[in-house]
Each structure stands twice: as structure tokens, then as C-alpha cells.
Design a protein around this ligand. Structure first.
Ligand code: NAG
Ligand code: NAG
Ligand code: NAG
Ligand code: NAG
Ligand code: NAG
Ligand code: NAG
Ligand code: NAG
Ligand code: NAG
Ligand code: NAG
Ligand code: NAG
Length: 386
């Protein structure tokens, strides 16, 4: 165990200010999220996401001064100063406003990522993966349904682990006070590797909450289908699985998938579940490229696509309003696929699979189940009172 006295005092202050929010009936009303820019390189339009290395840039934290630390004479690191600034924002905020810092980590490379690279290039464009291979559980040598990490993915999570320890030791970075993870295996394992054996304080242990709606974009790909709850529990028995997580995956159905609008609506739901019930300021979320992209849209952050294993911090302002826009429940969409490797695909068409006609059953037209309802599933709401 190891902590800086400065970090501890600030953490206690943050908790006190967050507790002034009355969250007892916050299911009524509307939470309006804004990304507070000017603190991280990832917020700047000039930063190239593809080339970005969070470990070479102190997680992207800009080297700057803050109103809250002007005149402070202590030898504080940039993260300690930022912590003081965030605490000052919370202390000065109106009662309906809270600031939190989300550390969103993308899982390391999974077998589905490797397969997408393998089947997607160079002979085929990447939709051959979408039209056929992604609907299979794997090939003769590897399995990618609810994919686990490849050795390269494990190594990326180990990089994140070493970098967190470095930041704790040399930057006195605020400890995550709460941890959340997607229920998909690649995230469960990434979180385990990333936060194992760190010098964490006893009062903020690594016990992640497994929350259904932090999962990846729901598509017909088998890598978007999760394993059963018993399996998740047995894989990492110390994790705290939400009571609302059903034994079997009730959201994935092999026919319909989320539109961006449907995904953003459920991303807002899962963010609301965190902001409604969690007093903490420093929050770690282990999730996926598609889901983090959706969360960034809900937060009003610029698009910033993460490499496998990468982490993005975001300073979020949440305003709890009595009313807001009516909640919508956008439709899902039906996806096509082929029964055999396709001839080609047309990337500009949403149903652009061009099937060969020589595959199983000689099917020449894409499989398209037009009779399945595209209503969004009802998502679990029983997050409260955990
Ligand atoms: C919080 O809100 C609930 C429901 O509106 C109310 O009953 C309770 O008294 C409030 N608590 C505080 C501390 O204001
Ligand atoms: C919570 O809000 C709902 C919707 O506005 C309202 O119907 C309910 O009475 C409120 N409950 C409490 C305890 O204030
Ligand atoms: C961003 O970085 C990638 C990888 O280094 C590079 O290929 C690309 O040209 C860069 N884009 C811009 C706009 O600089
Ligand atoms: C801030 O300065 C430190 C030390 O000089 C450097 O390591 C870090 O990359 C800088 N951060 C940014 C975002 O430029
Ligand atoms: C200030 O902190 C830095 C980084 O922790 C350290 O390298 C440096 O020696 C410290 N300077 C003083 C005057 O304590
Ligand atoms: C299965 O896919 C992997 C890529 O993930 C590839 O390396 C391997 O060669 C494939 N196996 C077969 C039998 O095609
Ligand atoms: C991580 O996983 C390993 C191997 O399954 C297990 O022994 C360890 O307890 C886990 N640690 C945490 C913090 O989840
Ligand atoms: C739960 O998942 C595991 C791993 O995929 C599987 O072995 C087991 O049969 C499943 N349980 C049920 C009841 O389907
Ligand atoms: C949410 O905040 C943004 C930016 O401050 C503002 O433009 C928008 O009107 C707000 N939305 C609601 C529903 O209040
Ligand atoms: C198509 O969807 C309907 C309604 O959900 C379902 O009963 C049927 O089994 C599906 N057919 C196929 C081929 O998936």
C-alpha cells in the first residue's frame, strides 16, 4: 500500500462535496453531460489519435497551470495539481453539478481483432469479415466468440499495468476510486491484468463492477455475444457482478444490431447509472472501441479512436436537471450476412454483402431476417440500491 498524503486529503474532500448531491430520486430528471476541454491532449482537434501514445504523454494531461493551484508552493506533480483543480471545481460547483474524471481503457487485442486483420486484408475489404467470418464462432485454429486476449493483447494490458504503477509512483496520480468493466471476457481479463499488483490503497481496492451496458456495440458478430454469468463469476470470482446481469445474454440475437442512435441511448443509460449512484470522482471503465466511441459522443467529446489497450481520461461535467429531452428508444437494424465467404461487399451500402451462391445451401442472397422486430431490447434498470 502506498499513497501520498496530498492525494488522500483531496480524495476525502472530493467525497464530501459529492455527498451534497441528493441522489435519492435521481431517476427522475435528466443528466446533461459535457466534456470539459483544455486539460487533455485527446480533447485537442490537432491531436492525431492513430499516432497517439498515452504512455509517452502522461495519459495526455497537458502541462499547464490551473486557477486552483496558482500560488501553491508545494512541489506537486501535474496530476496532483490537476487533482486539486478537479476538487476545486467540485467544491465551487452548484449543488446540481458534479465533476468526475473517467479513465476509459480499451481492452487489449482479442482473437477477433487478430481475425479481422487476417480476413480483412489484403485481398478483401474489411466487410468480408462482417459478411461472413464474424458470424462464426472461430475457424479451425482459433475461437473468437466472446474473444479472449491474444498474447499481444495480454502484453498491451501489461503495458497499461506498468504505466499505472509508474504514474502512481512518480506522478501520485489519483487512484481510481471505483472500477467498472464490460462483461465480455476480453475486458474482464484486461482489467485484471491492468490493475493487478499495483500499490493501491486499502480504501480503494480493485474490485470492479461488471455492468451489462458497458459491453461492445451489439452486432451480429459472435465477438459481441457475452458468456453466461456463471462463467464470468468463475473466471474472476472477486469481481462484483451487477444483480441485474442475467445468467444468459438477452441482448444479442444473431439477427438485429444496434444503430449508433440506439447505442448512444444505452450508453447514456449506463453513464446515468454511474452518475446516479456513485459518489466517487475518479472512475475507471474497461470497455471497447465502439462503446467508448459512443460514450464520447454522449459526453460531447470529439471523436478519438483508441488503439487496443489504450486509455483515455475525460473530465466530465454532469448537470442534474429536473427535466430534459424525452427519452427515445431508437430502433435496432437488421444486418445481412452470407452463408459462405462472399464474392465481395459494397462498403457504401448498409446491406452490402454480395454472396457467392456456392456456399451452404447455394444461397445467393444475403441472409436477412426481415420478420424479426427491430425494437430495442428492454435494458436492465435494477442498478439502484446495490
Ligand atoms: C433527498 O430527496 C428525497 C426524495 O425527493 C427526499 O425525501 C430527501 O429528504 C432528500 N434528502 C435530503 C438530504 O435532502
Ligand atoms: C421520484 O420521482 C418520480 C418521478 O418524478 C415521482 O413519481 C416519485 O414520487 C418520486 N419519489 C420520491 C420518493 O420523491
Ligand atoms: C496520423 O498518424 C498516422 C500514423 O502515424 C499517420 O499515418 C497519419 O498520416 C496521421 N494523420 C495525420 C492527419 O497527420
Ligand atoms: C509534460 O511534461 C512532461 C515532463 O517534461 C512530459 O513527460 C509530458 O509528456 C508532458 N505532457 C504533455 C501532454 O506534453
Ligand atoms: C520535485 O518533484 C520531482 C518529481 O517528483 C522531483 O524529481 C524533484 O526532485 C522535486 N524537487 C524538489 C525541490 O523537491
Ligand atoms: C484462423 O484465423 C487466424 C487469425 O486470427 C489465422 O492466423 C489462422 O491461420 C486461421 N486458421 C485457419 C485454419 O485458417
Ligand atoms: C487476476 O487473475 C488471476 C489469474 O486468474 C488471479 O489469480 C488474480 O486473483 C486476479 N486478480 C485480480 C485483482 O482480479
Ligand atoms: C456457461 O458457459 C460455459 C462456458 O462457455 C459453458 O461451459 C457452460 O455450459 C455454460 N452454462 C450453461 C448452463 O449453458
Ligand atoms: C446541455 O448542455 C449543453 C451545453 O452546456 C447545452 O447546450 C444544452 O442545451 C443542455 N441540454 C439541456 C437538455 O439542458
Ligand atoms: C427470424 O426472426 C423470427 C422472429 O424473431 C424468428 O422466429 C425466426 O426464427 C428467425 N429466422 C431465422 C432464420 O433466423
Amino acid at each position: 500500500m502506498m499513497y501520498s498524503s496530498v492525494g488522500f486529503a483531496f480524495a476525502a474532500a472530493a467525497l464530501a462535496s459529492a455527498q451534497t448531491l441528493n441522489l435519492t430520486n435521481s431517476t427522475a430528471g435528466y443528466i446533461n453531460y459535457t466534456t470539459v476541454t483544455g486539460y487533455f491532449l485527446q480533447d485537442e482537434s490537432t491531436t492525431n489519435a492513430t499516432a497517439f501514445d498515452y504512455t509517452a504523454t502522461n495519459f495526455g494531461l497537458l502541462n499547464r497551470t490551473y486557477p486552483a493551484t496558482t500560488g501553491l508552493t508545494g512541489n506537486l506533480t501535474q496530476w496532483q495539481k490537476f487533482e486539486a483543480q478537479v476538487n476545486a471545481l467540485n467544491a465551487d460547483a452548484p449543488l446540481n453539478t458534479a465533476y468526475k474524471v473517467l479513465f476509459m481503457g480499451r481492452h487489449g487485442e482479442g482473437y477477433h481483432n487478430a481475425a479481422q486483420t487476417y480476413y480483412g486484408t489484403p485481398a478483401w475489404n474489411v466487410r468480408e469479415w462482417d459478411c461472413y467470418w464474424a458470424e462464426l464462432n472461430g475457424n479451425a485454429t482459433v475461437s473468437w466468440d466472446d474473444a479472449d486476449l491474444t498474447p499481444a493483447g495480454v502484453a498491451q494490458a501489461e503495458v497499461a499495468n506498468a504505466f499505472w504503477q509508474h504514474e502512481i509512483t512518480y506522478q501520485h496520480i489519483p487512484y481510481p476510486q471505483s472500477y467498472y468493466t464490460s462483461p465480455l471476457t476480453r475486458c474482464l481479463r484486461t482489467a485484471n491484468i491492468t490493475f493487478s499488483d499495483l500499490d493501491l490503497p486499502e480504501y480503494y481496492p480493485f474490485v470492479p463492477t461488471v455492468r451489462e451496458l458497458f459491453r461492445e456495440s451489439i452486432d451480429i458478430h459472435t465477438c459481441d455475444r457475452r458468456s453466461n454469468r456463471t462463467y464470468i463469476h468463475n473466471l474472476f470470482p472477486s469481481y462484483n457482478i451487477d444483480p441485474s446481469l442475467t445468467e444468459f445474454d438477452e441482448l444479442w440475437n444473431d439477427v438485429t444490431g444496434e444503430t449508433s442512435a440506439a447505442q448512444d441511448a444505452r450508453s447514456k443509460k449506463v453513464l446515468d447509472s454511474v452518475f446516479d449512484t456513485d459518489d466517487h470522482t475518479w472512475i475507471s471503465i474497461t470497455s471497447h472501441s465502439g462503446e467508448i466511441a459512443s460514450i464520447l459522443r454522449v459526453l460531447g467529446h470529439q471523436a478519438f479512436s483508441l488503439n487496443t489497450g489504450a486509455v483515455i481520461p475525460v473530465l466530465v461535467e454532469a448537470k442534474f436537471l429536473p427535466t430534459g429531452p424525452a427519452l427515445s428508444n431508437p430502433l435496432y437494424t437488421t444486418s445481412t450476412h452470407c452463408a459462405a465467404p462472399p464474392v465481395t461487399s459494397i462498403a457504401t451500402l448498409s446491406q452490402g454483402c454480395v454472396c457467392s451462391g456456392t456456399g451452404v445451401g447455394g444461397i445467393t442472397t444475403p441472409i436477412y431476417n426481415a420478420t424479426m422486430s427491430t425494437a430495442a431490447p428492454s435494458y436492465p434498470t435494477a442498478y439502484y440500491g446495490m
